[in-house]
Write a protein that binds this ligand. Structure first.
Ligand code: GLU
Length: 453
């Protein structure tokens, strides 16, 4: 079997780190199985879906390293959904209903008051042709419900009917179809809700594994029933826990919270975001992983925790820093050039451990190339002048700092912090920073001498 997965966002906003968890689970799963990844835009809600959101989702996925094998838009596939709706209608499994939202709400309230589950009572199934015509003459348009297979021929006598599946994340699942209302598949204006198009596309695109958030578990029972009604095989299902912030608050596409775009703009590495998005709420410790292939090796759907995947956004910085410390010069040279940072590999290797983000290199480049405002305490003025006179002759290399400070020590009798710190502050303007052994040859004799003057 060829593994084919899909990530199916509605382009109604920018994707956030929680959405990227779903996208990455699918991508990594496909990657590990040599499978295919479909990006499917669920854009049947034409009022809220926007092309610019679809583009931004594609760009955000590309930044994470996800390049779909196929991209589809549901808005361009309506003929397929019409055909499936016809088949269901012909089979008596899709029936017209005329209740308004208010009427339905009143009925649900009544059911609750009587201590009954607020499940739709299928009243519309009792309407005869003449009654339907009368309702339509009043100007009512039908919405269409799928008749759930929870009865033995008499839909008014539903009984417990379990849909079961072996969830790759959650293990054995059972949902009683008698506990659910017949789902509305088609709105009054003829447009489709998410439920049917998703099933039709999963069949048409030969999706083998549906990997999505656990907020879709109840949908799965309904969708399995629709798959069967359409005579299709059932794919494997995996419902992963959802990412929430430490206070348990969910992420929302509309709030823009922790959007992938904002994390990118904040200068985070895609692998810091991907490592956190994938490893939180699994049996693995959350650690920086160098690339998606290594992360794919770590993905184990069966080891995903059942409780919420809580994370602290502040952890992203720490993960990012650990990744940056290990980045080779080759991996960052283009970005450094774009930032106007010179100094080649020697510079990057000298400063990377002092960078939380690659862009922090700019600050250290200024320390090397200037301008630097030397920080010389009045009490150290004579000491610095004496040290300046002892600067070694060029060429300078990694041994120069030690040679110079040894000479200064001998001349002035200072040692330890009193020896080193005033020199660091005078040369770099800062009381902390990368190893002076590596920094000094990059700064060079002329700059150093000027800063000590
Ligand atoms: N558009 C749905 C969502 O974003 C897709 C769910 C699914 O993967 O089937 O929640």
């Amino acid at each position: 079997m060829t593994v084919t997965v899909r990530f199916a966002p509605s382009p109604t906003g920018h994707i956030h780190i929680g959405n990227s968890r779903t996208a990455l689970f699918n991508w990594l799963f496909a990657r590990r199985s040599g499978g295919r990844f479909v990006l499917r835009f669920d854009d049947t809600d034409t009022e809220r879906s926007r092309e610019d959101f679809a583009r931004s989702i594609e760009a955000d996925l590309a930044w994470l390293g996800i390049t779909p094998d196929r991209i589809e838009r549901q808005s361009q596939r309506v003929a397929l959904y019409d055909a499936a709706a016809h088949r269901l209608r012909d089979a008596g499994l899709l029936y017209p209903c005329y209740e308004t939202a208010d009427e339905l709400e009143r009925r649900r309230a009544r059911a609750r008051a009587l201590g009954r589950p607020p499940v739709y009572d299928r009243a519309a199934l009792k309407l005869g042709e003449a009654q339907r015509a009368a309702l339509e003459a009043e100007g009512r348009r039908p919405h269409w419900r799928f008749l759930l297979p929870n009865h033995d021929g008499d839909p008014f006598a539903p009984h417990r009917t379990e849909v079961v599946w072996d969830d790759l994340c959650r293990g054995a699942q059972a949902v009683d179809l008698a506990s659910l209302s017949d789902p509305v598949l088609v709105r009054e204006d003829g447009s489709y809700l998410y439920t049917l198009p998703s099933v039709v596309d999963d069949i048409d695109m030969a999706i083998s594994h549906v990997i999505r958030g656990e907020d879709h578990v109840a949908n799965t029972a309904v969708q399995i029933a629709i798959l069967r009604a359409l005579g299709a095989a059932t794919p494997a299902f995996a419902h992963h826990n959802l990412l929430t912030t430490a206070d348990g608050e969910g992420l929302s596409k509309r709030k823009g919270a922790l959007s992938i775009g904002s994390l990118r703009e904040a200068g985070l590495e895609p692998m810091a975001v991907a490592s956190l998005a994938v490893l939180t709420g699994t049996s693995h410790a959350v650690e920086p992983v160098a690339d998606l292939d290594a992360l794919a090796e770590m993905l184990d759907l069966g080891a995903v925790s059942r409780s919420a995947a809580k994370f602290d956004p502040a952890d992203l910085i720490g993960l990012n820093a650990r990744l940056v410390h290990a980045l080779s010069y080759e991996a960052v040279s283009d970005r450094l050039s774009a930032l106007g940072v010179g100094g080649g590999a020697a510079f990057w290797e000298a400063v990377r451990e002092n960078c939380e983000k690659v862009a922090d290199a700019v600050r250290w480049w200024t320390v090397v190339a200037g301008p630097v405002e030397p920080a010389i305490d009045a009490a150290d003025r004579d000491y610095i002048t004496a040290a300046r006179a002892l600067l070694p002759v060029e060429p300078w290399d990694e041994a120069t700092w030690t040679a110079w400070t040894d000479a200064v020590k001998t001349e002035t009798g200072r040692k330890g912090r009193a020896l080193f710190l005033p020199l660091r502050k005078a040369v770099t303007g800062l009381d902390h920073g990368p190893d002076m052994k590596a920094l000094l040859p990059l700064i060079g004799r002329r700059n150093t001498s000027d800063r000590l003057a």
